[in-house]
Design a protein around this ligand. Structure first.
Ligand SMILES: C[S@@+](CC[C@H](N)C(=O)[O-])C[C@H]1O[C@@H](n2cnc3c(N)ncnc32)[C@H](O)[C@@H]1O
Length: 241
């Protein structure tokens, strides 16, 4: 499998923000998987802050030439910081992206679809951590997701962001078409059922071949039995690292 960037960690290091290396590398892996499988679609993030995870998404967007869209109210940081971060790296400097500087509560499915030009193949939900806001972000983004699309939900298990877990459980319980397939790097990855096995097997391959500490841990745990890297959530088996 090809790589989005040979030195992902050094590219992301100068950008302020909190992002596990496994989340960055695993997401890059999934974006390449989609590109190689010819899964088309735009890419979207709600909650960009200074553009750390957005830069990983921008690499995936630039790789295929598809559009990237970001939504942020920019209460904590200026929008300009995102432009600076993306223009500083050759892997993101040519990315075709649009930013909507506004609360996601005031963005419609129609606006996202017309901005992206087509349904999204990858979405990051990382804006407000209030349960009702996160729930509405999940409703909004599941409505613009392509059949093969992935929604990554940040902070699902973060005790400092309990609203994310509350909203996600409520959403997964009520909207059975979105299935969790992996939990790693502080993000819960979900997709539609027909693509669950393919993405889950891909993430198994990611950890199986990864030099990250999580890769070493994965191989050790799988050696003891696959049940050591799998859990059940809302009736589905997902990979947990
Ligand atoms: C946790 S940070 C995002 C971190 C980012 N994904 C990264 O990789 O560094 C959350 C961001 O969402 C923004 N935000 C909070 N509530 C929002 C809302 N309702 N709509 C849009 N953006 C929001 C915040 O201003 C902040 O920039």
């Amino acid at each position: 499998m090809r790589k989005l960037n040979d030195d992902l960690d050094s590219v992301l290091a100068p950008i302020p923000g909190f992002l596990f290396s496994s989340a960055a590398h695993g997401t890059a892996w999934l974006l390449i998987h989609q590109a190689e499988a010819d899964f088309k679609g735009g890419i979207l993030e709600i909650g960009i802050f200074r553009g750390k995870y957005f830069s990983v998404l921008a690499m995936g967007s630039q790789f295929t030439g598809e559009r990237l869209m970001g939504i942020d109210n920019f209460v904590f940081s200026p929008e300009e910081a995102v432009h600076t971060a993306l223009s500083a790296n050759p892997g993101t400097a040519e990315c075709d992206y649009r930013i909507i500087a506004r609360s996601s509560r005031n963005v419609s499915e129609e606006e996202i679809l017309s901005t992206l030009g087509n349904p999204a193949r990858f979405v990051s939900v990382d804006g407000s951590h209030e349960a009702e806001d996160v729930y509405q972000d999940l409703i909004l983004t599941s409505g613009i997701l392509s059949p093969h699309g992935i929604i990554a939900i940040d902070d699902f298990l973060n005790p400092r962001a309990l609203g994310v877990g509350e909203a996600t459980h409520r959403f997964l319980g009520a909207h059975r078409d979105l299935i969790p397939f992996a939990l790693f790097g502080n993000k819960l990855f979900t997709c539609r059922l027909p693509f669950r096995d393919e993405y889950q097997e891909s993430i198994h391959r990611f950890f199986d071949t990864s030099d990250l500490p999580e890769g070493h841990a994965y191989r050790k745990l799988v050696g003891l039995g696959k049940e050591h890297v799998e859990q059940r959530l809302h009736g589905h088996t997902l990979l947990v690292m």
